[in-house]
Design a binder for this molecule. Structure first.
Ligand SMILES: Cc1cc2nc3c(=O)[nH]c(=O)nc-3n(C[C@H](O)[C@H](O)[C@H](O)COP(=O)(O)O)c2cc1C
Ligand SMILES: Nc1ncnc2c1ncn2[C@@H]1O[C@H](COP(=O)(O)OP(=O)(O)OP(=O)(O)O)[C@@H](O)[C@H]1O
Length: 320
C-alpha cells in the first residue's frame, strides 16, 4: 500500500480511482464495511482504492483544544487499511486553510484534480467541506458535473433491530473511557489497542511478584478508564496473555496515571525501551486502595486467575 502525506505526494501519472473519505479513527466495523465495499468495486473495475483521511483530527482545527482521544494512531490505521486491500492511503494535513474549502472546492481539488475519482463510497452520515456543509446529496450532485458515481452504504448499527445506535468512533471512545472494552471490541471487531515505549516505573512490581511493562502512551491515546483488565501484551513478536492495570496506583498514593501490563507467568522479560502494544479484552475490576499490601497481593492473585479464564474463553485472539 502506498502512503501519501498531502496532495503533492500523489504520483503525477495517477489514473482513475475508487475513493472513500473520512476520519476513519479505529477503522471500526462500520468503516470496514465501507472500505471493503470500495475495494470490492475497485477490483471489479480494475482500479486502485484510495482512502483519504486527515491529520490532525478536524475537530482540533475547527475548535482548538478539542482533539478527541484517538482509537488508533495513523500508522495503525494504515496497517488496518492495508489488511482490507486498500492500495493508497492519503493523509491530508488538516489546516485552517484546508478547513475553509467549500464542498465543491474540496471535490474539485482532491477528488477530481488529483485522484480522478470515478466512484466515491461513503456512509449516509458522511459530512465534508467548510462547516460540514457537504453531505452525500451534495457529493452526488457534484458527481454529475465531474463524472464520478457515489455509492452510499448502509450504517452498521449496534443493538437490536430498529432502536440500535450506529457504530461510530465517538461511541467507541465513550465505551473505552467508561472501561467497557468488551463493548469497544464489539464495534472495532478486535480489542482496543494502546501502544508505546516501555519505560521505567517505580520498580515495585518485581518485589510484589508481578513485574509490569509500563507503556508510555502516544499523545491523544484513548486510554480505558482506571481499572484492571484482561488482555494481551504484544512484544517480541508474541501476543502474551496479560493482566493490565490502568491508574495512578492508589495503593501507593501515586499521582501519575500509567498503563502497565503483567505478562502472566513470564519471567525474566526485559522490555525497557521497546515499542510494545497492549490489547484490552475485558474489564476485571476498578482500582482500589486496600487496607494492607497483603490484601493487594491477594486481589492481584485473583485478578490473574480471572484474566486467565477470560483470555482462555475469548472468542478471538488478540488483534494482529
Ligand atoms: C493485576 C494488577 C492489579 C493491580 N491492582 C492495583 C490496585 O488495585 N491498586 C493499586 O494501587 N495498584 C494496582 N496495581 C498496580 C500495582 O500497584 C503496580 O503494578 C505496582 O505498584 C508496580 O508499579 P511499578 O511498575 O511502577 O513498579 C495492579 C497491577 C496489576 C498487574
Ligand atoms: N456505523 C457505520 N456504518 C457504515 N458506515 C459508517 C459508519 N460510521 C461511519 N461510517 C462512514 O464511514 C466514513 C468515515 O466516517 P468517520 O470516520 O468520519 O465517522 P464515524 O465513525 O461516524 O466517526 P465520528 O464518531 O467521529 O463521527 C463515512 O462515510 C461515514 O458515513
Amino acid at each position: 500500500m502506498q502512503r501519501w502525506r498531502g496532495l503533492e505526494d500523489i504520483p503525477q501519472d495517477w489514473g482513475r480511482s475508487v475513493v472513500t473519505i473520512g476520519s476513519y479513527d479505529g477503522v471500526h466495523r462500520g468503516h470496514q464495511l465501507i472500505i471493503g465495499r470500495a475495494v470490492e468495486r475497485a477490483r471489479e473495475a480494475g482500479l486502485p482504492t484510495v482512502v483519504v483521511t486527515f491529520d490532525p483530527h478536524p475537530s482540533e482545527v475547527v475548535r482548538p483544544g478539542t482533539h478527541p482521544p484517538l482509537l488508533a494512531p495513523h500508522h495503525r490505521r494504515a496497517e488496518l487499511c492495508a489488511e482490507l486491500g486498500v492500495d493508497a492511503l492519503l493523509v491530508l494535513p488538516f489546516t485552517r486553510e484546508f478547513s475553509q474549502l467549500s464542498p465543491a472546492e474540496f471535490v474539485a481539488k482532491v477528488l477530481v484534480d488529483r485522484l480522478h475519482a470515478c466512484l466515491v463510497v461513503e456512509g449516509p452520515n458522511f459530512r465534508f467541506g467548510h462547516r460540514a456543509a457537504g453531505d452525500v446529496a451534495v457529493l452526488t450532485e457534484l458527481g454529475a458535473t465531474y463524472d464520478y458515481e457515489v455509492e452510499v452504504v448502509d450504517l452498521v448499527v449496534r443493538g437490536a433491530a430498529g432502536g440500535g445506535v450506529p457504530f461510530s468512533s465517538t461511541l467507541t471512545r465513550r465505551l473505552v473511557a467508561e472501561g467497557d472494552v468488551a463493548g469497544a471490541a464489539e464495534i472495532l471487531g478486535r480489542p482496543h489497542r494502546v501502544e508505546g515505549v516501555v519505560v521505567r516505573g517505580a520498580q515495585r512490581g518485581r518485589e510484589l511478584g508481578y513485574p509490569t511493562a509500563n507503556v508510555e502512551t502516544l499523545p491523544y491515546t484513548a486510554i480505558p478508564a482506571d481499572g484492571v483488565y484482561a488482555g494481551w501484551l504484544n512484544a517480541e513478536g508474541e501476543a502474551m496473555p496479560a493482566a493490565i492495570s490502568v491508574g495512578t496506583n492508589p495503593q501507593f498514593d501515586g499521582t501519575e496515571r500509567t498503563v502497565e501490563a503483567y505478562a502472566i507467568d513470564r519471567v525474566g522479560l526485559d522490555l525497557y525501551g521497546q515499542h510494545v502494544s497492549v490489547d484490552f479484552l475485558a474489564f476485571v475490576r476498578g482500582q482500589a486502595k486496600f487496607a494492607s499490601l497483603d490484601e493487594l497481593l491477594e486481589a492481584m492473585s485473583r485478578d490473574v486467575a480471572r484474566c486467565r479464564e477470560l483470555i482462555a474463553a475469548a472468542p478471538q485472539g488478540p488483534a494482529v
